[in-house]
Design a protein around this ligand. Structure first.
Ligand SMILES: Cc1cc2nc3c(=O)[nH]c(=O)nc-3n(C[C@H](O)[C@H](O)[C@H](O)COP(=O)(O)O)c2cc1C
Length: 226
C-alpha cells in the first residue's frame, strides 16, 4: 500500500498500483480517478486554488486557450445541465461529485486567427495541473470524455471555434461501499500501466531506452523516493 502522506487526505482506500518500480511524488502517488465522492462540499478557497493552478499552466505562445464552466451542487441549474451532458454510465457515479467542470479549448490563436495545433495539448496540461493541485488539497478529480459535446455547446452557448473537451468530476473521494456492485468491482480492480520499456525509446522507434530497461540495476531495487 502507498503510505498515507501528511497531505490533507480524505481518501479511505487508494487503489493499489501494480508494477511501480520507482516511487513518484506523493501528490502523484495519491492521485487516482475515483467513482465515489463524499458529500463534503469543496471549500471556496480550494475551488479558487484549482482554477489558479489551471490558469498558471504553460501554453503555446501563452495563448491560454482553456475555459471552464464550473458548478457545485449549489448551482442547481448549471450542475444539472452539466450532469445531463454525461453518458448514462458516467452520470450514474458522477452525480455524487460535489462539483462538475466542463473544460473547453479555443482552437485558434487570438493574435492572428491561425489554427492552434497545441490547443488540446494546452488544455490537457492545464487540467493536469488542476488535478495535481486537487491532490495537494486532498481532493480528487475524475476526467470524463464520455459526454455530449454538441449538447454542451447548445446548453452553454459555447461559440464556434471553441471545443468542449472533457468534463471533470471533483470532490473528496468517498467510500467504495457506496457504489453499486459493478462499479465497486471496477473501483477495486488493480491499476496498471504499460511498462516503461514500451514508452521510452532510444535510437529508433520501439527500441527501449537503457534508462528504463529491466536490466538497468537501478530498477531492480524496491521503489525509493530518489
Ligand atoms: C481524456 C480522458 C477521458 C476520460 N473519460 C472517462 C470517461 O468517460 N469515463 C470514465 O469513467 N473515466 C474516464 N477517464 C478516466 C480514465 O479511465 C482513467 O484516468 C484511467 O483509467 C486511469 O485511471 P486512474 O486515473 O485512476 O489512474 C478519462 C480520462 C481522461 C484523461
Amino acid at each position: 500500500m502507498i503510505p498515507q502522506s501528511n497531505l490533507e487526505k480524505e481518501h479511505a482506500s487508494i487503489p493499489e498500483r501494480l508494477d511501480r518500480r520507482i516511487a513518484t511524488h506523493e501528490l502523484l502517488d495519491s492521485r487516482w480517478s475515483p467513482r465515489s465522492f463524499s458529500e463534503r462540499p469543496i471549500e471556496p478557497r480550494k475551488i479558487i486554488g484549482l482554477f489558479e493552478a489551471a490558469r498558471w499552466s504553460p501554453s503555446s505562445a501563452n495563448e491560454q486557450p482553456w475555459s471552464f464552466i464550473a458548478a457545485t451542487k449549489e448551482d442547481t441549474d448549471t450542475y444539472a445541465a452539466l450532469l445531463g451532458t454525461l453518458t448514462e454510465r458516467n452520470r450514474s457515479w458522477a452525480a455524487s461529485a460535489p462539483m462538475l467542470i466542463l473544460a473547453v479549448t479555443k482552437l485558434t490563436y487570438s493574435k492572428n486567427g491561425q489554427a492552434n495545433r497545441h490547443a488540446w495539448y494546452d488544455l490537457g496540461q492545464s487540467v493536469a495541473l488542476l488535478t495535481v493541485q486537487a491532490s495537494a488539497l486532498g481532493l480528487s478529480v475524475h476526467q470524463m470524455g464520455g459526454f455530449d459535446g454538441q449538447s454542451a455547446r447548445a446548453l452553454f452557448s459555447i461559440p464556434q471555434g471553441y471545443e468542449p473537451v472533457v468534463v471533470l468530476a471533483v470532490g473528496y473521494a468517498g467510500s467504495v461501499e457506496q457504489l453499486p456492485s459493478d462499479l465497486r468491482h471496477r473501483e477495486m480492480a488493480p491499476r496498471s500501466r504499460k511498462p516503461l520499456e514500451e514508452i521510452v525509446f532510444t535510437q529508433q522507434w520501439g527500441k527501449a531506452s537503457p534508462y528504463v530497461e529491466t536490466k538497468n540495476p537501478l530498477l531492480n531495487n524496491p521503489p525509493s523516493k530518489n
